[in-house]
Design a protein around this ligand. Structure first.
Ligand code: IPE
Ligand code: IPE
Ligand code: MG
Length: 247
C-alpha cells in the first residue's frame, strides 16, 4: 500500500518547505561529478513539484541556493546558475499545465542578470496560475531576510513613522520576502543533516521537522507521501498541553 492512500486530505499541510540536500554526496557515491548530482536533483524537483500540486498543497518552498553557497568553488556556482535558467525554462509548460505560480525569495538582485531576467519572465508567465505557489529560495538566507526586513522598516519610517508599540509579528512578517505566505507546517530535509542551514528562520518557529537520510536525487514521491503521513500523526501543541489540544 502506498503512503499516498494514508494521507488525510483534510489534514494536508498547506505549505511544505524543503531543504534539498545531498546532490554532491549522491554524485560521489555514483562516481560522478558534483554538477551531475545537481542535474539529477532537478529530476527530483520535477517529481516533487508535480506530486505536491497533485495532492493539493498550496505552497511549496524549495531551498535551491543559500547566501552561504556563494562561497563554493566558482565552477560549481556557475554550473548551478546555468542549471537554474535551463530548468526554469524547461519547466514552464509543466508549471502552466498544473496551475503553478512561480515565486522567488532571497537576494535575487545579487544573481547574474540572466537569472534575474529568466525569473522575472517565468514569474510573469505563471502569475495567473492559482493551484499552487512554487517558491524558490535563491541566494536566500533567513538572517539576510530578517535584516532586509529591518532595513525596509527603517526606510519606511522616514515617510510613514510608526511607534515601537505598532511593531507586531504581523507587521514584521509583512516586511519579509514571504509576506502573504502562511508559515510552513512541515519542513523536510534530505541527506540526514540535523541542521537548518539558515533557512526560513522566522517562519519555522512552530514547523514540524522531518529529516530523512535519503539524498535529494534519491528522494521520490513515495518519500514525500511518507513525510506527510508522519506529519499527520504528530500532535502539534503550540506550547499548550495535550488535553487542551484534544478538547
Ligand atoms: C544540495 O546539495 C544543493 C545545493 C546546496 C545547491 P549539496 O550540493 O549541498 O550536496 P552535498 O551536501 O555536498 O552532498
Ligand atoms: C543548504 O544546504 C542549502 C541548500 C539546500 C540550498 P548546504 O549543503 O548548503 O548546507 P550545509 O552547508 O551542509 O549546512
Ligand atoms: Mg549540502
Amino acid at each position: 500500500m502506498s503512503f499516498k492512500d494514508k494521507i488525510v486530505n483534510e489534514k494536508l499541510p498547506q505549505h511544505i518547505a524543503i531543504i534539498m540536500d545531498g546532490n554532491g554526496r549522491w554524485a560521489k557515491k555514483n562516481g560522478k561529478e558534483r554538477y551531475e548530482g545537481h542535474y539529477q536533483g532537478v529530476e527530483t524537483v520535477h517529481k516533487i513539484v508535480e506530486a505536491s500540486a497533485e495532492l493539493g498543497v498550496k505552497f511549496l518552498t524549495l531551498y535551491a541556493f543559500s547566501t552561504e553557497n556563494w562561497h563554493r568553488p566558482k565552477e560549481e556556482v556557475d554550473a548551478l546558475m546555468h542549471l537554474f535558467v535551463e530548468t526554469i525554462e524547461q519547466e514552464l509548460p509543466t508549471l502552466n499545465k498544473n496551475g503553478i505560480r512561480l515565486r522567488a525569495i532571497g537576494d535575487i538582485a545579487s544573481m547574474p542578470q540572466q537569472n534575474i531576467d529568466n525569473l522575472n519572465e517565468t514569474m510573469a508567465k505563471t502569475e495567473h496560475n492559482n493551484k499552487m505557489d512554487l517558491v524558490l529560495a535563491l541566494s536566500y538566507s533567513g538572517r539576510w531576510e530578517i535584516m532586509d526586513a529591518v532595513k525596509k522598516i527603517l526606510k519606511d519610517q522616514q515617510t510613514n513613522p510608526i511607534s515601537a508599540g505598532e511593531i507586531t509579528e504581523e507587521l514584521f512578517s509583512s516586511y519579509l520576502n514571504t509576506a502573504g505566505i502562511p508559515d510552513p507546517e512541515l519542513l523536510i530535509r534530505t541527506s540526514g543533516e540535523l541542521r537548518i542551514s539558515n533557512y526560513l528562520l522566522w517562519q519555522i518557529a512552530y514547523t514540524e521537522l522531518y529529516i530523512t537520510p535519503k539524498l535529494w536525487p534519491e528522494f521520490d514521491k513515495e518519500d514525500l507521501y511518507e513525510a506527510i503521513v508522519d506529519f499527520q500523526n504528530r500532535e502539534r501543541r503550540f506550547g499548550m498541553t495535550s488535553d487542551q489540544i484534544k478538547r
